[in-house]
Design a protein around this ligand. Structure first.
Ligand code: HEM
Length: 394
């Protein structure tokens, strides 16, 4: 591949970015893309070092190329980030996740039962979307009848985050965002007027905090918008990417069938191998350098988590999906990020992946792709919109 043609936004690159990532790691680990004004960072050690060095590589000013600053924690550095994270972390603590895991198991069981009865179904739309949507809707406290709206709003927010839309597109996603925020504002007002001490949704928890410093309304709304995009699309895409990895790699499914306890490692390996979050951006606060290449203050950097996870200096057979890697080998994979912005929802995402892959391994002999797969990709996210499969019951 010819790196002078590399553009992180081009559909040709995004369709299969991994050969590009390899060339970047080998030839230009800190590569400037003039057309976009972005430094692309591709090696494991550099991605981790930049993500950890928040005093130099700031998230304030945008973690995507075009997104304006919003009152959301991925877009802040300490101390604002520390405050926001502290105030929203309660529903993500292990005891709260354990409670939600029981609901996740139940939902998976229901969806997989229906899917097996149908034999042929769409893994994305019939399983991953309803599963992940139920988790996020439950977290935000959105009733059943509004869940289709959540799906619509989420697609809009994702498009907005990725950027690169024309004027018409921007107006369309802006309308969707406004619709979502109006809905949330009403939800917040209702929770405020009718508090329920037992409620486990994030809005109730945020509102009931005794902290004087608790989130204001704008921050609460922004956090809910964030949850929808950070938590919903990512998990759907993780499920799709995992299925495609199995389909591409003969032998791995049999390993999982023979030993379902591999499901945890398998889930992390699928995030390492083809992660739903490919990259996030940072902003250089001072003159600095990465991989020996000087970067001026104000420089915009793209941290390629998905390339770091394929770094052959870090992983043996980095380009192979191998579900029986040693768990320790995957502990520091960076598909969920690294450092202070490490994914808040990682335990919830893992709970969904392990429940689903565990159920499919136990209850089916296996699956085959059964129709046209429609991949979805943008500069930040990678997954699929359609993934028709056929399962054979065990
Ligand atoms: C497989 C699914 C998921 C993947 C691969 C993923 C990936 C990531 C990554 C890479 C980051 C770091 C962003 C950065 O460094 O700028 C992040 C942050 C975050 N994620 Fe996830 N995520 C997933 C699921 C979820 C879920 C289910 C939730 C919530 C329910 C969630 C909530 C968040 C939040 C709130 C942050 C911001 C944390 C901060 O800035 O301190 N994510 N995620």
């Amino acid at each position: 591949v010819d790196l002078s043609a590399y553009d992180p936004f081009s559909p040709e690159v995004l369709r299969d970015p991994y050969p590009w990532y390899r060339a970047l790691r080998e030839q230009a680990p800190c590569h400037y893309v003039k057309k976009r004004g972005v430094w692309v960072i591709s090696r494991y050690e550099d991605v981790v070092a930049c993500a950890r060095n928040v005093a130099v590589f700031s998230s304030t000013g945008g973690v995507s190329l075009h997104w304006e600053q919003r009152p959301m924690m991925p877009m802040y550095d300490p101390p604002q980030h520390t405050r926001l994270r502290r105030l929203v972390s309660k529903p993500f603590q292990p005891n709260a996740v354990a409670e939600r895991s029981a609901l996740i198991e139940k939902k998976v069981d229901e969806l997989v039962t229906r899917a097996i009865e149908a034999r042929s179904f769409d893994l994305v739309n019939d399983v991953a979307v309803p599963l992940s949507l139920s988790v996020i809707a439950d977290l935000i406290g959105v009733e059943e009848s509004r869940r289709n709206d959540l799906r619509r709003w989420s697609l809009g927010v994702v498009e907005d985050l990725a950027g690169g839309l024309d004027k018409e597109g921007r107006l369309r996603v802006e309308d969707l965002r406004k619709e979502f925020v109006t809905f949330l504002r009403e939800l917040v007002a209702e929770r405020r007027d009718h508090p329920n001490a037992q409620a486990t949704d994030v809005i109730s928890i945020i509102l009931s905090a005794a902290d004087d410093d608790k989130l204001n309304e704008k921050e609460t709304l922004a956090f809910c918008v964030l949850l929808l995009v950070a938590g919903f699309e990512t998990t759907v895409n993780a499920i799709a990417n995992g299925a495609l990895a199995f389909a591409e790699t003969p032998g791995e499914w049999a390993k999982l069938k023979n030993d379902p306890t591999l499901v945890k490692t398998m889930s992390d390996e699928s995030i390492r191998y083809d992660g739903p979050v490919q990259s996030f951006f940072r902003n250089a606060l001072v003159d600095t350098s990465v991989a020996g290449v000087p970067i001026r203050k104000g420089g915009k950097l793209q941290l390629l988590f998905a390339s770091a996870n394929r770094d052959e200096k870090k992983y043996v057979a980095a380009d192979t999906f191998k579900i029986d890697r040693k768990p320790a080998e995957l502990l520091d994979q960076v598909g969920y990020g690294v450092g202070i912005h490490y994914c808040l929802g990682a335990p919830l995402a893992r709970a969904q992946l392990t429940a689903l892959w565990g159920a499919l391994a136990r209850r089916t002999k296996g699956f085959q792709i059964d129709g046209e797969v429609v991949r979805s990709y943008n500069v930040l996210f990678r997954g699929a919109r359609n993934l028709p499969i056929r399962v054979e019951p065990a």
